[in-house]
Design a protein around this ligand. Sequence first.
Ligand code: 9MR
Length: 558
Amino acid sequence: IRLNQVGFYPQAPKVAVVVGENKGEKFYIKTADRSKTVYTGKLSAVKPATFSNKPTRVADFSMFSKPGSYVVEIPGVGRSYAFEVAPNVHKEVADAAIKGFYFQRVSTDLPEQYAGKWSRPAGHPEKEAFVHPSAASAARPTGTVIASNKGWYDAGDYNRYIVNSGITMGTLLSAYEDFPEYYQAQHLNIPESGDKVPDILDESLWNLRWMLTMQDPNDGGVYHKLTNANFDGMIMPAEATEPRYVVQKGTAATLDFAAVMAQASRIFRNYEQEFPGLADSTLTAAKKAWEWAQQNPNVAYDQNAMNKQFKPEVTTGAYGDNDFSDEFIWAASELYTTTKDDNYYKAVNILPDNKMPLPSWPQVRLLGYYTLARHGENLTAVGKKDLPEVKKRLVQFADELATGVSEHPYRTAMGKTKDDYIWGSSSVAANQGIALLQAYRLTKDKKYLEAALANLDYLLGRNATGYSFVTGYGEKSTMNPHHRPSIADGIEEPVPGLLSGGTNARADKQDNCPGYTSTFPDEMYVDNDCSYASNEIAINWNAPLVYLVGAIEAVQNE
Ligand code: 9MR
């Protein structure tokens, strides 16, 4: 019996999915101690197996709304995990998802006061990185040592990548911009908690400071990543002392950086007292990056080509991309929105075609559209002219996502096509949720909110694997993520609040980890730390989880 193992809002839809053929007609909601039956319902007709391996039936108990702790029981099948019905039922997950970023912090001790049993000494405390020959310039020749500390570890590995930091920061800062009151009230127990700045912004600032070090002040270009030559072994951060390099500058990294800095500038403008000068320095950085990209509009990061030319060879994550049209759209949208300077808007074709590609690290077009829609009232005439079209497309896109949810074997927007099950598919579910929530914000039509909630249900257990992909949440949740600290710290429970990449149709061929028990796209997942293709964690997956669960918490009573 697959369901959101955390729980349900009293007034929202509540669905469990029973897998396999079974004769049962009825299902029962019982108190968690099973002493009382509080609701009796009828299972839906069997939905035959499609690309999903198994037939399914649905137990819909949306009508049941009494707060408490319960299980679903189906005679002949069994019992579900216990779950809550409660207002704010996802509050802890929402808090933990951002706290997950605290656990990824570089260059700082995580004391017990904040990190509990996952406390650990600082990793990468020293301030140094070497300029790799691929990044050498007259002002900064090979081997130049630059200061570059702070930031978040990207994922299960200990490198820091600007492209991936970019979409992550854009998503977190957008969560704040869309729901400022919600985030002003949130307390995460991080070292900065209690200051006047919302914790989500304090946490983001930890990475923003690192990103700023990745810009070459001499020309405005941004290094693609700060990395070891090779991945570390399964060691704790403090033991990871291999030399680190900043590598070649690139157009994608530089434009993503420009977008983030421009967005940060307008947000931190309101915190001038707490962070004097930050709004100005981020805006200057954004403009310089933009200028570099104008001069260098087509510099791809091609790791294989780089390795043929320069030593040491670099074998860590590539995050290579060679289409920059979407990065230009995003950076232009952010710079324009922050400065109101029409030139940024006019410099790119904001609506080059009618495609609405779901955000992912190589595809950031919609981040620009979200920002334009969010700030529509304050745009100048050029932006306002396109605004109805941008909004229309956002709503149409959400319509596509919301269509067919009730026909899906797991009743989710996620997984209507097997193409959703890629490396990091959990972020597909979460980013679909964000797109749906944008439409909800524009229309206040509950169908979008409910489809977004269905995808949160997916992440927390209503999926073909039966796992909650958020560490620490759900009775059957990811226990062995490919995450070096979680493996090396000797603590049974993984670091909490991290989103496993989840089901990936090609995972078995990509990581060769033993233990996959199915070849079906929606079942290709193994909770083993060797499965970096289905069970790693990553900041660009956690960020849309933060947005999705935070937004749902923020609007649940509307
Ligand atoms: O998220 C990335 C995914 O889209 C790619 O298919 C995959 C293989 O190149 O890499 C993923 O990113 C990894 C990065 O390269 C290094 N840090 C861990 C990331 C998550 O697995």
